[in-house]
Write a protein that binds this ligand. Structure first.
Ligand code: PLP
Length: 720
């Protein structure tokens, strides 16, 4: 009997160990079959724990897990998933092994202030973070040698709750490190790493964590270490928190600290990719290393470093570009400046369009542009806007010659594609299509799918979305201690037979969340139409300091007290990756109405495409190059007036017109078999023309070919 017990114990341990190993590589975040294993272990706790497998496994002993696995017949699924992960991590013949071999032992170091990998990892706030997360996942998939550098935020970004007045409150949660799949990063000698960045007012220390995302390692710097001044221990606790000084110190740690961390890890990058200006101090530390190690002059070291540096700018909104006072820069970069042997004026000049103009503040975007040989915007239109915006940096060039190209953003398909849709693609697409998802040929097969099958799959997902929203709405009402009848109404909100429009994004002014509300009566008529009604789901956070944004949310949320809108126009709290995933997988139409040309790219609409939803958007960002007349809906003609007021009024009119004359009639036009064939045709057009083009695989392949390989000294195929 003893032997048997030991055997059972041993096999329980082995199953448990495999589940733990699966949880410690974020590969699982884009493998629904692994998530389903965790969910089957304990569906309720899985949801309550924000789909966090590390936290979930802490609640199991090996024995209880083995028992549950036996009960749910999970063993072979666990073994299979574990084997696949191991194979994936060790695979060597990848796209990059043939197309980006030059990167070899000198990987790309990809710097970003946030990484949106999964809802259980609070190190992102929104679009920029999700883009970085998707970039890293596709780099892993393609086998591009790349390491990520970011910050570890113990509290992350805030959780949004609306009070009974509909007003946004912000709550920051402390994450428990032991519940995350991170571990201390180690030197080749096995020592944990702490880097120190000198400032005029003393050093700032940061320890380094490591996270594994498939084949990519992500290194996160964390200032909560002994030896730091008390206020510096909280430096990295929140995303975009604090004041200008917090911000400059965070960016110092990210850029300069990040380069120091790479050195301690014994990683010598062949390319530095600065994803947005936050990390633009980094190349200055690289220059210092070259001067120190190779005895180069500042100018030579700068030229060589810029050759290896790629800079991506992400916004045409002026306030989106970090600017710091000269004194702030000198306090933090002073010691590094001494080592670089450059003057105060020289350093300030690197962050100014006109180096001598001491009225100009130090701009991180300018610094990024000056320290990189290759720069890009994130859509074709944003490329034009960025060249115009920064033209005065190259006063002797005409606009077309400004060296800022563009690589349009894309999304990581396996992370955003609903399982039901991927099953449908599996049935109709060529074998191994997931390995070729950045190629157009694969997606043409959507036209071979039976329209009824596509429509049914979409409606399954729509139903899942609506039950998710109802669950959230009733939870919101109960928390606000609202009347039973209000809770009951929330439980019954929304109707699956009605055309459902989604709007989920930050409540930044330029995104104009309230454009539909400019004519409440006309909107109410659309919501309450007897034959062809619509319903709308809103979600989004306002920046804690954005008072108008918060008031807008309040106005939207409080429409639930107006019988014309109750149960038909709803607001779901706390827009983050999980809420976004539900929305993009289940809506019929995704509404995007920014003030052109301020949406640099936008990616949420790309997530909708994969799942069969249609975009209805202003011709801005990615949509300006994506829309072809038959793959979704354009609002307006891609023009904007010099006066915002005029633009807004005109766009509101276009918006209603598009809804009334195109979207609603097409959706409700049913053929003899009860299906909206014209609509389904548009879904197919959208999938076949857009899914591959706006995938992160295509995006990362573009970065590899146009930026990384040439920057690493490979065969040059210049983009400008
Ligand atoms: C995809 C995503 C975004 C980006 O959406 P936009 O289209 O750029 O507004 C923002 N937040 C979350 C949580 C996302 O998943």
């Amino acid at each position: 009997m003893d032997g048997e017990t030991t055997y059972i114990e041993a096999s329980a341990k082995a199953v448990y160990q495999k589940c733990v190993e699966l949880s410690r590589n974020l590969w699982w975040t884009w493998h629904p079959e692994v998530m389903n294993i965790y969910r089957d272990l304990d569906p309720i706790r899985w949801r309550q724990l924000d789909h966090n497998p590390v936290a979930l496994l802490h609640e199991f002993t090996p024995e209880r897990l083995a028992a549950r696995a036996a009960e749910m017949v999970l063993h072979s699924r666990i073994n299979y998933a574990h084997r696949r992960m191991k194979e994936y991590v060790n695979q060597t013949d990848t796209w990059a092994s043939t197309h980006a071999g030059v990167l070899g032992a000198n990987p790309v170091a990809y710097f970003s202030a946030e990484f949106g990998i999964h809802e259980s990892l609070p190190i992102y706030s929104g679009g920029l973070g999700v883009l970085s997360g998707d970039h890293v996942k596709s780099a892993s998939g393609l086998g591009v040698p790349l390491v990520g550098i970011g910050l570890f935020y113990a509290q992350g970004y805030f959780k949004q709750q609306l009070d009974s007045d509909g007003y946004q409150s912000e709550e920051y949660m402390n994450t428990k490190v032991e519940n995350l799949a991170i571990e201390p990063a180690l030197t080749p000698q096995g020592e944990p790493i702490t880097v120190a960045v000198e400032t005029r007012s003393g050093p700032v220390l940061a320890k380094v964590w490591q996270m594994n995302v498939g084949r990519v390692k992500l290194f996160l710097l964390d200032c909560n270490v002994e030896g730091n001044q008390p206020q510096d221990r909280e430096l990295t606790s929140r995303l975009y928190g604090g004041n200008e000084r917090t911000r400059v110190r965070q960016e110092l740690v990210l850029g300069v600290g990040g380069v120091k961390a790479l050195r301690a890890l014994n990683i010598t990058p062949g390319v530095y990719h600065l994803n947005e200006g936050h990390s633009a101090f980094g190349p200055l530390e690289v220059i210092r290393e070259r001067m120190h190690d190779d005895g180069m002059t500042f100018d030579d070291a700068l030229r060589e470093t810029a050759q290896k540096t790629v800079f991506t700018t992400h916004t045409p909104v002026p306030a989106g570009h970090d600017r710091f006072d000269a004194a702030m820069v000198e306090e933090h970069l002073g010691p590094l400046r001494d080592e670089l042997g450059i003057s105060y004026e020289q350093l300030m000049g690197l962050g100014r369009v006109e180096p001598q103009n001491d009225q100009e503040t130090f701009c991180m975007t300018v610094l990024g542009l000056k320290l990189s040989r290759r720069a890009n915007a994130v859509s074709q239109l944003h490329g034009h806007i960025s060249r115009r915006m920064w033209a005065h940096l190259w006063p002797w060039r005409v606009e077309e010659e400004i060296p800022i190209g563009h690589i349009t953003n894309g999304v990581h398909i396996p992370s955003w594609l609903a399982w039901q849709m991927s099953q449908l693609y599996d049935r109709h697409f060529p074998n191994g299509w997931m390995q070729r998802m950045g190629e157009s040929e694969v997606w043409r097969f959507i036209h071979k799918v039976d329209p009824g099958e596509l429509w049914e799959t979409h409606n399954t997902l729509k139903n899942l979305l609506l039950s998710f929203v109802r669950r959230r709405l009733s939870r919101q009402c109960r928390r606000r201690r609202e009347h039973d009848d209000v809770v009951e109404a929330a439980r019954n909100a929304l109707d699956p037979s009605i055309l459902t429009i989604g709007f989920g994004r930050r409540f930044a002014t330029y995104k104009r969340a309230a454009l539909l509300l400019t004519d409440e009566d006309r909107l109410s008529e659309l919501l309450n139409d007897k034959q062809r009604p619509i319903q709308i789901i809103f979600a989004g956070k306002a920046h804690p300091k954005d008072e108008p944004g918060k008031q807008l949310i309040q106005r939207l949320a409080n429409l639930r007290h107006d019988p014309r809108f109750a149960g038909k126009l709803v607001f779901v709290e706390d827009y983050e990756i999980n809420v976004c995933r539900h929305l993009v997988q289940g809506v019929d139409v995704w509404l995007n109405n920014p003030r052109r040309p301020l949406e640099a790219s936008g990616t949420s609409g790309q997530k909708v495409v994969l799942n069969g939803g249609l975009n209805m958007s202003i011709l801005d960002g990615w949509w300006a190059e994506a829309y072809n007349g038959i793959n979704g809906f354009a609002i307006g003609k891609g023009t904007s007036h010099v006066s915002d007021e005029v633009t807004d009024r005109r766009d509101a009119a276009y918006l209603f017109e598009t809804l009334e004359e195109r979207v609603i009639p097409t959706y409700y036009k049913r053929d003899a078999d009860g299906l909206p064939h014209q609509w389904i045709q548009m879904m197919m057009n959208s999938i076949s023309t857009l899914a591959w083009r706006f995938s992160a695989h295509r995006m990362v392949m573009d970065y590899a070919r146009e930026c990384y390989v040439p920057a690493a000294g490979g065969l040059s195929c210049e983009m400008h």
